[in-house]
Design a protein around this ligand. Structure first.
Ligand code: SF4
Ligand code: SF4
Length: 297
């Protein structure tokens, strides 16, 4: 019996609602978000301004070349399915220059809120599948229902949605979930206060089972050969973290964005709720320079 996950989980069905379907979106992230060249995007740009590589239908004109152009910010970004959801309930925009500034700002706020709601739903879905958290299932399901209602709001309603109390409640509950998991994996004597920065740290071969890395900076850290069974990666920064050959099959609260922005290879074992980055070549992937930070949770 698996200590962490229930048996017989249909992982793809559970997480399918939060996979991105860029073909159903009109490149909303490429227009609505601001980004910087130094973070692996093609140029510095403000929010509400289309990327200069976007075609009139919003799609990326250089999609096949993103890896060869080393645009790892573009490759790593993941909206948890917010893009296709918002695109389905907003007008088709082919000329952003004609869109008044207030409308652009509204869509930007709506997109950010929806992405955070979907991210929260991602975490809550994983929490609901954790055996040690079964006593918290009613609270987890209640918050999932609240998120599901918020997901259906119009762009106008989303832009006014007060995301802070919702995120606070999710964050509090995820903390309670972790309190159920941690004692099973890590004896009190081994529990150390969360060291927020492990940036560049060599942790090769260490026993980090049940380690709480939530919101920690693990960028460029070397985790090769480490035991990461049940380690908590909630909101951790994994940009350029060396995960080559690492077994993450029981890593908790990881996201596609985190894994996309790390370094991995054909021997990296991902948790069953994540996909191998689509831009991996011969099973290996890894940006040569930092990509945009995932929003902190
Ligand atoms: S290069 Fe392509 S994927 Fe990257 S921001 Fe521009 S349009 Fe989007
Ligand atoms: S907003 Fe999401 S679905 Fe749309 S293009 Fe960006 S990543 Fe893809």
């Amino acid at each position: 019996m698996d200590l962490l996950f229930y048996d017989g989980i249909d992982w793809e069905r559970e997480f399918a609602p939060f996979r991105t379907h860029c073909e159903e979106c009109r490149g909303l992230c490429c227009t609505l978000l601001y980004f910087a060249k130094c973070e692996g995007f093609p140029a510095d740009k403000s929010s509400g301004v289309p990327c200069h590589h976007q075609k009139p239908d919003g799609r990326c004109g250089i999609f096949q070349e993103l890896a060869s152009r080393r645009l790892y910010g573009c490759l790593a970004y993941d909206c948890f399915g917010a893009g296709q959801r918002l695109a389905a309930r907003t007008e088709v925009i082919t000329n952003w220059e004609a869109v008044p500034q207030p409308r652009r700002e509204l869509l930007f706020r709506a997109f950010l809120d929806l992405a955070q709601i979907c991210q929260s739903q991602w975490y809550l879905t994983l929490a609901s599948l954790l055996r040690p958290a079964r006593g918290l299932l009613p609270q987890i399901n209640a918050l999932r229902e609240r998120g599901q209602k918020a997901e259906t709001l119009s762009a106008e309603e989303l832009a006014c949605f007060d995301i802070i109390p919702y995120r606070k409640d999710v964050s509090h509950l995820l903390g309670q979930v972790w309190e159920q998991v941690e004692p099973l994996l890590c004896k009190p004597a081994r529990r150390q206060p969360i060291l927020k920065s492990y940036a560049g740290k060599k942790m090769r071969g260490k026993d980090l089972a049940g380690k709480n890395f939530s919101t920690a900076d693990l960028s460029r850290a070397d985790l090769r050969g480490a035991n990461l069974y049940g380690a908590n990666f909630l909101g951790a920064d994994l940009r350029e973290t060396d995960l080559r050959g690492v077994d993450l099959s029981h890593g908790l609260f990881l996201t596609q964005f985190q894994v996309n922005s790390a370094l991995g290879d054909a021997d990296t074992k991902l948790p069953p709720y994540l996909l191998r980055p689509p831009f991996a070549s011969a099973g290996a992937w890894g940006p040569p320079f930092p990509v945009k930070k995932q929003p902190r949770f």
